[in-house]
Design a protein around this ligand. Sequence first.
Ligand SMILES: [Zn+2]
Length: 101
Amino acid sequence: MKSKAKPTRPVEIVTDETQHVPRCPQCREPIAVQATVERFNEPYKWEFWGRPSERWIKCQGNQGGHNYVHFVTLVNGAASHRLAWVVAPRKTPYEQMELMP
Ligand SMILES: [Zn+2]
């Protein structure tokens, strides 16, 4: 007796792993690289920002009190989606000055 095994269809299993793919909170685009910055385009010439002529902002918003900028930059001609979390710099107290001689 031959048993004709049906080809198993791939089943998409949704696990918690999928939650770990960073996505833009607004447009749900998968994000390749994300970083926390103090200001957009700073530090200037950082690789993360790509080149100004090959970069455009896709969306901006606020989630959990943090402003973010979703931008696209070209890496070797391919679009790379990146997310910059703009966090205001902490005001440093006078501690640092006191440490100076
Ligand atoms: Zn977006």
